[in-house]
Design a protein around this ligand. Structure first.
Ligand SMILES: Nc1ncnc2c1ncn2[C@@H]1O[C@H](COP(=O)(O)OP(=O)(O)OP(=O)(O)O)[C@@H](O)[C@H]1O
Ligand SMILES: Nc1nc2c(ncn2[C@@H]2O[C@H](COP(=O)(O)O)[C@@H](O)[C@H]2O)c(=O)[nH]1
Length: 204
């Protein structure tokens, strides 16, 4: 039987740099994870593309997906729904590939219940001041939304002990290297050969 892939979950407060770190990891040639694109009812930000950054849905569409059990997890976060399409995750894991989810903590708790064998990593900011400065500098949120996201951030940081690992995002490349090392160690712990080395054996 084909060995299943590893489910990797990255959470952390809004603005900590999850998307930045994830994009940097995926830009590395030796990365073999598949990114699971989430569904959301949030409106697209400037430059965001449907089907690339998110699948953008209306509330009615999202609620229909919930009723049809099409989501592995979902949560309401600062007034919008966010959720992970279940079929893509299951099919990709069954094909032996690792799947990378970038989701908030309520959703991660639901995933832990369904996939206790997953790898759960919390990305932490160097400080709350730095976190706020990163959201402000990003320039995508109104002052009201920044305040709401910072309130959520405090609650989320309190929940970091539910994760297997905490990685501080002080420098993007350093955070990427830490996450990649954790994933490699997890592959060894679960007696998998990491995809990168499988590929090496096929080629040489
Ligand atoms: N290590 C870092 N040092 C300084 N700035 C950073 C670092 N990592 C990310 N940033 C910046 O912080 C801002 C927020 O990053 P990003 O959008 O990746 O956060 P996020 O955690 O994905 O946020 P959200 O959950 O709201 O989508 C961006 O402007 C990004 O360039
Ligand atoms: N529970 C889930 N949370 C998700 C998912 N996709 C993204 N997110 C998280 O939502 C917040 C806000 O995101 P933003 O793009 O509006 O800044 C952030 O923490 C994301 O990681 C998901 O599928 N499920």
């Amino acid at each position: 039987m084909k060995e299943k892939g590893l489910l990797i979950v990255l959470s952390g407060p809004s603005g900590v740099g999850k998307g930045t770190v994830r994009k940097a990891i995926f830009s590395h040639e030796d990365t073999n994870f598949e990114y699971s694109i989430s569904m959301t009812t949030r409106k697209p930000r400037e430059g965001e593309v449907d089907g690339v950054d998110y699948f953008f849905k209306s509330r009615d569409e999202f609620e229909a997906l919930i009723k049809q059990d099409k989501l592995l997890e979902y949560a309401e976060y600062v007034g919008n729904y966010y959720g992970t399409p279940i079929d893509y995750v299951k099919e990709t894991l069954n094909s032996g590939k690792d799947v990378f989810l970038e989701i908030e903590v309520q959703g991660a708790k639901q995933v832990r219940e369904k996939f206790p064998e997953g790898l759960f990593i919390f990305l932490a900011p160097p400080s709350l001041m730095e976190l706020q400065s990163r959201i402000v500098t990003r320039g995508t949120e109104s002052d009201e939304l920044i305040n709401n996201r910072m309130k959520e951030a405090r609650k989320e940081i309190e929940m970091m002990n539910l994760y297997d690992y905490v990685v501080e995002n002080d420098q993007v490349e350093a955070a990427c290297d830490r996450i990649k090392a954790i994933v490699l160690a997890e592959h060894c712990k679960t007696s998998r050969i990491a995809p990168r080395y499988k590929k090496m054996l096929e080629v040489e």
